[in-house]
Design a protein around this ligand. Structure first.
Ligand code: FRU
Length: 502
């Protein structure tokens, strides 16, 4: 399927225009992506005058990472989205090599929004100057620049990604820093905290350094990109993207890895973790999550489904690359675990549903579920593990006539779920795995969001998530379920066909 896409709308100001041919074979239907070109991190999440605004790192000139702009989409309901003109293009000298990641807040008294972002400039190959800049907007579309508001310390090349919020009568901001520790001669990943007056001439312009909020406990981690810090239940959650991790076991398998830690914090106090660090998502394609509060008080999060350093076939040939996850909502679960589920609004996309169950899939047999699941779909699956003796239960999706498929596996021996791209089709392969335990009644619920080029698996109440890009060949996409070394009892299985979000 070919479509000619104009990556910039007519309203874009002063930006070179180009036309590209977009191949839609893997272009998402229920995920935010640019009309063409590259995207990475979600930025500037904010709700203003009845609309959600999601910005994102965007190279409109090609489908590889490059000169970063802020792309923009908006929605009244988190379900139907509209492409907006590019919001921020490099303008100031301080941002001449990219308008990097940042965040937004709604200003008091309905005065629009403010965005804090990183201005990036290369001084020499591998040596950057990164400053934090302020811009404001009354309509979330057209921005007024207010220049640099936080300068980097001497010789700190990685100093970026401000996340701003309000607590009480002050603005606060965290950013990622990478100071050299003279004690061991190494750079360490830190999250720095700043604060500013709520109102008056210094508001959001003059920032006071409050101190180091957090230092990564892992020695080799040298930078904490895209930190976020937000209240959840009666705790505070700090998430950040660790650069310099090495894979160990099931953990840290991506080039860089998004993690979170839960603790206690109040203005003027230190952040005291009450948990260790956990992965935000176990999949191949999850990075740079950013959260916002919805008007009804929920904590929403989007992540970038992509990665640096791994081949994405769309970048070579399809005129676009990168999508965000579906919007998700976070809750604090038992034991201070962060639960991650698709936002409840997502059910509004369900166009038609077919279901079956309860059924038993006999040992070592397979049951076909659909000859073709075209477009995007959500599969809800309840496995009655208390009444199953299967060793493995496998849901095959994106199964094409030439034998390619992606597997969502419950594996009783390891007590884990796997998203296996070993025979998915094009691009990077590999299997990713997350703990996957049934509830007290022996029921294991899975929700699986399928798009043309991605699979997201939500376990239980959102206890774990595995998100990966997958690139199946063209043709009908069948689904089937199979039980191995024992029977699988399925209490319910529903396939919801989803409408497109744009
Ligand atoms: C994370 C990141 C950010 C930076 C942006 C640049 O993916 O490297 O730290 O601001 O991407 O596009």
């Amino acid at each position: 399927m070919q479509q000619t896409a104009d990556p910039l709308s007519a309203a874009d100001r002063g930006v070179v225009r180009m036309r590209v041919t977009r191949n839609d074979r893997w272009y998402p239907l229920v995920h935010i992506a640019a009309r063409a070109g590259w995207i990475n991190d979600p930025n500037g999440l904010v709700h203003l005058s009845g609309r959600y605004h999601v910005y994102f790192q965007h190279n409109p000139f090609g489908s590889q990472w490059g000169l970063m702009h802020w792309g923009h989409v908006s929605s009244a309901d988190l379900v139907h989205w509209r492409h907006e003109p590019i919001a921020l293009a490099p303008e100031l000298e301080a941002e001449s090599d990219g308008v990097f990641s940042g965040s937004a807040v709604a200003l008091p008294d309905r005065h629009g929004i403010a965005v804090l972002y990183t201005g990036h400039r290369w001084l020499a190959p591998g040596l950057a100057r990164q400053v934090q800049c302020l811009a404001t907007s009354t309509d979330a579309t057209t921005f007024v620049r207010h220049g640099v508001v936080i300068e980097p310390p001497e010789q700190m090349t990685d100093f970026r990604d401000p996340k701003v919020w309000r607590t009480g009568n002050r603005w606060y901001l965290v950013l990622g820093a990478s100071p050299l520790d003279p004690a061991d001669g190494r750079r360490h990943a830190e999250v720095w905290l700043y604060s500013s007056d709520l109102q008056g001439p210094g508001a959001l312009r003059r920032w006071r350094f409050e101190g180091v909020l957090y230092r990564s406990p892992i020695d080799e981690v040298f930078m904490a990109e895209c930190p976020d810090f937000f209240p959840l239940g009666d705790r505070w959650v700090l998430s950040y993207c660790a650069m310099g991790t090495h894979p160990h076991g099931y953990l840290d398998r991506n080039v860089n890895n998004a993690r979170y830690v839960v603790g206690e914090w109040a203005p003027g106090r230190a952040f005291t973790p009450v948990t260790g660090e956990f992965p935000c998502d176990w999949g191949h394609s999850y990075y740079a999550p950013q959260t916002m509060q919805s008007p009804d008080g929920r904590r929403l999060v989007w992540g970038w489904m992509g990665s640096f350093g791994r081949p994405e076939p769309v970048a070579q040939s399809d005129g676009w690359c990168g999508q965000l996850t579906v919007p998700r909502e976070l809750d604090l679960g038992p034991g201070d675990a962060v639960l991650t589920r698709p936002v409840r609004e997502l059910t509004a996309l369900r166009r038609s549903t077919c279901g079956l169950g309860p059924i038993t899939v006999p040992a070592n047999t397979e049951r076909s579920l659909a000859a073709d699941i075209p477009g995007a779909a959500e599969i809800e699956l309840s496995l009655d593990l208390a009444h199953s003796d299967a060793e493995r239960i496998t849901l095959a999706v994106h199964r094409t006539p030439d034998g390619h498929q992606t597997l969502v596996v419950w594996d009783g021996q390891s007590g884990r779920g796997h998203l296996d791209r070993g025979s998915s089709g094009a691009g990077d392969r590999g299997s990713r795995s997350a703990p996957c335990a049934p509830d007290a009644d022996g029921l294991l619920r899975l929700r699986i969001v399928l798009d043309r080029g991605s699979v997201e698996v939500f376990v239980g109440d959102g206890d774990q998530v595995i998100s990966s890009m997958v690139y199946p060949p063209e043709g009908p996409r069948a689904a089937a379920i199979c039980a191995e070394c024992g029977d699988a009892r399925i209490t319910a299985l529903r396939i919801h066909h989803l409408d497109a979000i744009f």
